[in-house]
Ligand binder design. Structure first.
Ligand code: DQA
Length: 150
């Protein structure tokens, strides 16, 4: 069981070398390390999972339902624009979540403006690069502490 589940979708394992003009120079390990430090500081636990397939992501979301996960931060990557199955998984578990994108998807191709998650997310962060993940952690930590009455 972990308090926060961080999910990253397809091709995000390539961060650092993948289209740095859109996604920046930081690797996924860099991002996860800084988020682990933030959760440690807050006395919370973080689990990270990156997957290039929908199945792997959906299974993690299902597991979160039974293991007491309190918050999900998800960058669904390309599945943002295609995946009804991933949307349905998040609806099924009813755990609050943030949709995050490194790039500002509204400044890019039209197909990236369509998301299957934004209307069911607690909020959306898009366009702040790796820093956006830190914003999302801040929200997740405050949400959990508030729920615990701290
Ligand atoms: C992304 C934006 C998506 O459109 C794209 O398919 C990605 C990454 C982002 O973080 O900016 O893979 O989610």
């Amino acid at each position: 069981m972990s308090d926060i589940l961080l999910l990253n979708g397809p091709n995000l394992n390539m961060l650092g070398t993948r289209e740095p003009n859109h996604y920046g120079a930081q690797t996924l390990d860099d991002i996860v390390n800084s988020l682990n430090a933030l959760s440690d500081q807050a006395g919370l636990t973080l689990k990270h999972h990156q997957d290039n397939s929908e199945v792997g992501l959906i299974e993690q979301i299902h597991a979160a339902h039974s293991d007491g996960t309190r918050y999900i931060i998800i960058n669904p990557a390309a599945f943002t624009h295609t995946s009804v199955a991933l949307r349905d998984a998040l609806l099924a578990v009813d755990i609050p979540f943030i949709e995050i994108h490194l790039s500002n998807v509204y400044k890019r191709e039209d197909f990236r403006k369509q998301s299957y998650f934004s209307d069911i997310a607690q909020g959306v962060i898009s366009g702040f690069g790796a820093q956006g993940y830190e914003f999302a952690m801040d929200v997740a930590i405050k949400h959990i502490k508030q729920q615990k009455g701290e």
